[in-house]
Design a protein around this ligand. Structure first.
Ligand code: G3H
Ligand code: 13P
Ligand code: ZN
Length: 312
């Protein structure tokens, strides 16, 4: 199977009540860990590259690494997605460079500007057989959200979604319901809760339309503990509870973005290795241990959170 778009994946995920994991890739070992886990579990998967990843690794390397995975695992559908494309030009570059899906993130601009840029990207991408994700609403932590609870602009406004999708022609929509990027999503001692009322209202307005959740790492405490027990200092790192992500995946959410958890796994493996083997200096040894944990985490997400195992 060649690289695929997300169209078929999302249709099956929507109808089947599960979601596809969109995992961020930055180097070979991360690509290997994700795709080995997905292949063993017969799960479709999205590999996504941010601007930072493209700068760090170079888009050509990332594309070739993903192509290697496609060649090694022809039995599973793999999509290559641009994460948080800043504008039309970045999206065009990725469409031209062989990505099968791009995100245009103009969510920090006005509604009209967001519509215009997303529409331009959708038009160009569709001419080239590439699908498009856009975003409405602003991702933030619960701390901020509570402060401005009355200001519903923080979350996606369901009143805007039909017009946005109709006028842009995008293929999926990322919405803000209380998730946020990074490992410090909620205040310690609080009870993290996503806004399922917003999600349900969006789903009601856009029947059958694939919804995307960014900032969906759960910050597994076992890995935070390993990091902190081996010289790390991650204080109060808290993520989205897995049961809430499972509930979202069972509904209209078809794509769940996870990056921070993979970073934690890689860091835990490497830190543990260095403490256990202070005499080692072969990168294959310590990065290999990081890669093992990343693979374990992806396998856990696929089976226990996304429900995409066996769906390839
Ligand atoms: O959405 C953010 C992703 O975790 C990518 O992060 O921009 O540091 O590569 P990055
Ligand atoms: P996390 O930081 O929660 O892993 O979110 C990643 C993400 O949304 C990438 O676009
Ligand atoms: Zn994101």
């Amino acid at each position: 199977m060649a690289l695929v778009t997300t169209t078929e994946m999302f249709k099956k995920a929507y109808d089947g009540g599960y979601a596809i994991g969109a995992f961020n890739v930055n180097n070979m070992e991360i690509v290997q860990a994700i795709t080995e886990a997905a292949a063993e579990l017969k799960s479709p998967v999205i590999l996504q590259a941010s601007a930072g990843a493209r700068k760090y690794a170079n888009s050509v390397y990332l594309k070739k690494l993903v192509e290697a995975a496609v060649e090694l695992y022809p039995e599973i559908p793999i999509a290559l997605h641009l994460d948080h494309g800043a504008d039309f030009n970045v999206c065009k570059e990725c469409v031209d460079g062989g990505f099968t899906s791009v995100m245009i993130d103009y969510s920090s601009h006005s509604f009209e500007e967001n519509i215009e840029e997303s529409r331009r990207v959708a038009e160009y991408a569709h001419e080239h057989g590439v699908v498009v994700e856009a975003e409405l609403g602003t991702l933030a932590g619960i701390e901020d959200a509570v402060k401005v609870d009355a200001d519903k602009a923080m979350f996606t406004d369901p009143d805007e979604v039909e017009e946005f999708v109709r006028r842009t022609g995008v293929d999926s929509l990322a919405i803000a319901i209380g998730t946020s990027h990074g490992a410090y999503k909620f205040k310690p001692g609080t009870d993290p809760k996503l806004r399922f009322d917003v999600l349900e209202e969006v789903a009601r307005r856009l029947p059958g339309f694939p919804i995307v959740l960014h900032g969906s790492s759960s910050v597994p405490q076992e890995y935070v503990k390993i990091i902190n027990a081996h010289g790390g200092a991650l204080k109060d790192a808290i993520g989205v509870p897995e049961d809430q992500l499972r509930k979202a995946a069972a509904g209209a959410v078809c794509k769940i973005n996870i990056d921070s958890d993979l970073r934690l796994g890689m860091t835990a493996g490497i830190r543990e290795h260095f403490v256990a083997h202070p005499d080692h200096f072969d990168p294959r040894q310590y990065i290999g241990d990081g890669r093992k944990y990343v693979k374990d985490i992806v396998a856990h997400k696929i089976t226990m959170v996304l429900g995409s195992d066996g769906k390839a």
